[in-house]
Design a protein around this ligand. Structure first.
Ligand code: S3P
Length: 433
């Protein structure tokens, strides 16, 4: 347990928002000319996007936290000599697939690690095929072999709320002929829409229906220019829940993105009685941000409804840990998408809770957690929790260790957290110093 005697306090800086960072790099590479991006962080997923773009002929040079991008523009992208290795990153693979599919004459293979190779790609391949794309997959999974075509617009009614699928289709639609419309069942994160506006591309949005006017594959876009990426709320969530569950904590996380399509976890924590406040509100990259202050709290149970899941999809593991330490029974619904993240997260959450001695049950898309009232009540288990290549499960297990007597071994921890926050352990340890 982390410094129970001295408590936990201080100010924490977190990596730049991963979703915005991928898009900032991609969109800088779509425009012709020079862009400067600040705050991308050191995560392996962002490095994967940068590596793939370099292979396509885009110059990307990082100097500390400042990245300089010089691009020939989308039309100047070239067939890569080797396979595009997307590593662990679904966002890299799905968004790039949409773009490459719309680049006539370009040929590329996209692959990834053992986790990414398990993830469903038919959700982008099938609708792109409707637009005229030519993509071969391994039964709907990576590797994907894309032969770029001149695409035509289409109407897509998505069966699941997915910002990656929405973005892949809108980006393909931008370089297609005619209009592309994407309708989602629930609102997913809207960073693509916001950053496209910065490139001068206007969408027509009505509720969860987005229309983009195709400009054809020869379209020339201006450089993205200078972009400052705000802190990642999905990373901040680990530090916030750490502070809330710790018996003596007062922690401030700086410059956290406050886009409402991402902050569902804050609304849930508020319902649970968590003492979390927002100050120093500002704007960066067309996104709201603020400093989050979190203090030790006594939590009560809450339910999470299917409608709010897209706004907290990546925070469900750490919210499950918060519910495990709360008083009472929490029920989370609409969790089917958790089965197809970097691991089967619903199964992984259940496994973790059981190792901590927390009673919990799950079904195909739901989870019920019988909270034990305080993190101090978690089992002092020394069992092994294997996160596989799932950064968010590794971090959730480590937060459990830091706030309770549990001493889970987490084999593969460093490799897993490298995806989004390689400095996770050192950053949190700094709060106890
Ligand atoms: C992301 C969208 C979400 C999220 C993922 C990042 C994005 O995935 O879970 O971590 O950057 O668009 P889905 O689109 O599969 O919901």
């Amino acid at each position: 347990m982390l410094n129970e005697i001295n408590g936990l306090c201080g100010i924490l800086t977190i990596p730049g928002d991963k979703s915005i960072a991928h898009r900032a790099l991609l969109f800088a590479a779509l425009g012709t000319g020079h862009s400067r991006i600040v705050g991308l962080g050191t995560g392996a997923d962002i490095a994967s996007t940068a590596r793939c773009l370099r292979q396509l002929g885009v110059s990307i040079v990082s100097d500390g936290d400042v990245w300089q991008v010089d691009s020939p523009g989308f039309g100047g992208w070239q067939t890569p000599a080797d396979t595009l290795d997307c590593g662990n990153s679904g966002t890299t693979m799905r968004l790039l697939t949409g773009l490459l599919a719309a680049h006539p004459g370009l040929h590329a293979t996209l692959d990834g690690d053992t986790s990414l190779r398990q993830r469903p790609m038919a959700r982008v391949v099938e609708p792109l095929t409707v637009m005229g794309a030519q993509i071969a997959s391994s039964q709907g999974r990576p590797p994907l072999v894309v032969t770029g075509q001149a695409l035509h617009g289409a109407l897509h009614v998505l069966p699941v709320a997915s910002a990656q699928v929405k973005s892949a289709l809108l980006l393909a639609g931008l370089f297609a002929a005619g209009e592309t419309v994407v309708e989602e069942p629930l609102e997913s994160r809207d960073h693509t829409e916001r950053l496209l506006a910065a490139l001068g591309v206007a969408l027509r949005t009505h509720g969860t229906r987005h229309a983009i006017a195709g400009r054809g594959p020869q379209a020339v876009l201006p450089p993205l220019g200078e972009v400052h990426v705000p802190g990642d709320p999905s990373s901040a969530a680990f530090a916030i829940v750490l502070a809330v569950l710790h018996p003596d904590a007062d922690v401030t996380v700086q410059r956290v993105a406050q886009n409402p399509t991402r902050t569902g976890f804050l609304r849930v924590l508020e319902r649970m009685g968590a003492r979390v406040t927002i100050a120093a509100r500002a704007q960066a990259c067309g996104e709201p941000l603020g400093n989050l202050r979190a203090r030790s709290s006594h939590l009560c149970a809450t339910d999470i409804a299917a409608q709010e899941v897209p706004s907290l999809i990546d925070e469900l593991p750490i919210l499950a840990l918060a519910a495990a330490a709360a008083l009472g029974t929490s029920h989370f619904s609409g969790l089917a998408e958790l089965r197809v993240k970097e691991s089967d997260r619903l199964a992984a959450i259940l496994r973790l809770l059981h190792l901590l001695g927390v009673p919990a049950e799950s079904g195909a898309d739901w989870l019920t957690i019988h909270g034990v009232g305080a993190a101090a009540e978690f089992d002092a288990s020394r069992a092994a929790f294997r996160p596989g290549l799932d950064h968010r499960m590794a971090m959730t297990a480590e937060v459990a260790n830091l706030v309770s007597p549990s001493a889970l071994e987490i084999p593969g921890f460093a490799e897993a957290v490298a995806s989004s926050w390689p400095e996770f352990t050192a950053a949190l340890a700094g709060l106890a110093a």
